[in-house]
Design a protein. Structure first.
Length: 441
């Protein structure tokens, strides 16, 4: 091999794991190419605060190229991956075909609708920045419509918000939404009787936060009910329509807004040949995070299925970050002729926020609730949020919300327009008929 040749490592996905792997490999004497369909990294744990008008979208997004500044031998390409060919060691994108020597798949997850009829069509997911903005637009539009709605029944439907899924995302969204309604929107919509507004949280099993200790789930349930959230346990959704949720016990709840946080599945790229998958479409990896039969390919984060202590690892940011480090170090070991090492996740604990002065924290053998847990949650997320300007602006928003109970980003943003064609600048006589009216519906 040419001594000046640098092996090409391609990382697909600029999430927590992908970015961490890129930063480690920057010092490994390889050429690193990071691919993502967006040119920014989304701080997913704060998506619900965009959806509930507490934060601006730009405050939880950070340019990928800013991450890579000063990191030698690392480049970025904004592209959509169409297929990965493991045999040819190529990646087909919408821009070009890319060769690799080593590959890290870090494409994350997407909403899983569990085969519920109508859920994918009528329920609103919240897994991306665009989806969080769309959800905020929808929620605020419901209040604008309700102001001029003469029918009490229709008004009640517009002011009813159903969240399907009682995990951390569903809990945090329920708390954030009820605080938005009872805080900023009370003064913004004096024409409405917002005591008629309902936030309903549906959980399919017997308690909230099933992955946390039972005591923390019980505390969460008590606090949310105290805030005004209506909680339905052991309530499985049978069908979703544009106007209602149908439960398996034949209960029908009419609502204009159904938000889906009930589950996620792997967002795996198309591969040739196909690879083994496990629950939620995750790619089965060896303890070293390598794909079976493809030792030059690693899968990390929400995309990878790996058990530890007899249980599958959960899809949270700390797992992805640690796996990003492990995959990068294993590639460096392979380049030195050494065998990759098994991955061992060090669980430092989990946290969830419920609402003002209320949260839960589980850290190894102890757990915390209430105001201390709320402070811990805020501190952790502020620390890991990328960019000092983002941290400062988010902190200011949080302080204003806490002291004034006001939210300053209650905007209904317009839909983006299609890119203008150069032909639009021709004269009317020169303009072909099919080049007019290009606004996206």
């Amino acid at each position: 091999m040419n001594p000046s040749y640098r092996p090409q490592v391609v990382i697909i996905g600029a999430g927590f794991g992908g970015l961490k792997a890129a930063s480690v490999l920057a010092k490994a004497g390889v050429s690193v190419l990071l691919l993502d369909r967006n040119n920014y990294h989304t701080f997913v744990p704060l998506l619900y605060q965009v959806a509930t008008a507490e934060l601006e979208p730009e405050q939880i997004a950070y340019p990928v190229r800013s991450f890579l500044r000063g990191q030698p031998n690392v480049s970025f390409l904004q592209a959509e991956v169409r297929q990965v060919d493991f045999l040819a060691k190529t990646i087909e994108t919408d821009r070009e075909i890319i060769n690799y020597d080593f590959l890290i798949l870090a494409t994350g997850s997407q909403s899983q609708f569990l085969g519920v009829p109508g859920a994918a069509t009528y329920a609103l997911p919240m897994r991306s920045l665009c989806e969080a903005i769309a959800l905020r637009n929808h929620v605020l539009s419901c209040f604008e419509q309700a102001v001029h709605e003469p029918s009490p029944t229709r008004c009640q439907q517009l002011l009813t918000f159903i969240i399907v899924g009682g995990g951390p995302t569903g809990v945090e969204l329920a708390g954030g939404l009820i605080e938005l309604i009872q805080g900023a929107l009370v003064s913004d919509y004096p024409e409405l009787n917002l005591r008629r507004s309902r936030v309903i949280l549906l959980q399919s099993n017997e308690r909230l936060l099933a992955s946390f200790p039972q005591r923390l789930g019980a505390y969460t349930q008590k606090q949310l009910r105290k805030m005004g959230v209506k909680i339905h346990l052991n309530s499985k959704v049978r069908k979703v329509t544009s106007e209602a949720v149908y439960l398996e016990d034949d209960t029908i709840i009419n609502a204009e807004t159904i938000i889906w946080t009930a589950g996620v599945e792997a967002n795996a790229p198309e591969t040739a040949p196909a690879v083994s998958t496990a629950m939620k479409g995750k790619l089965v990896v060896q303890p070293t995070l390598q794909l079976r039969d493809h030792p030059q390919v690693y899968a990390i984060g929400d995309l990878a299925y790996l058990e530890q202590d007899g249980k599958p690892l959960v899809g949270v940011a700390p797992v992805a970050i640690q796996q990003g480090v492990a995959a990068a170090k294993n590639i460096a070991r392979q380049l030195r002729g050494l065998s990759p090492q098994p991955f061992n996740y060090v669980d430092k604990g989990r946290a969830a926020i419920i609402g003002r002065n209320a949260g839960v924290v589980q850290a190894r053998k102890f757990s915390v609730t209430g105001f201390p847990a709320w402070l811990v949650w805020l501190s952790i997320h502020l620390f890991y949020l990328p960019g000092w300007r983002n941290r400062l602006s988010v902190l200011v928003n949080w302080i204003c919300d806490y002291l004034l109970k006001k939210r300053f980003v209650c905007l209904i943003l317009p839909k983006p327009r299609a890119k203008a064609s150069p032909r639009l600048f021709m004269t009317e006589a020169q303009t072909p008929l099919n080049s007019r009216n290009i606004e996206l519906n």
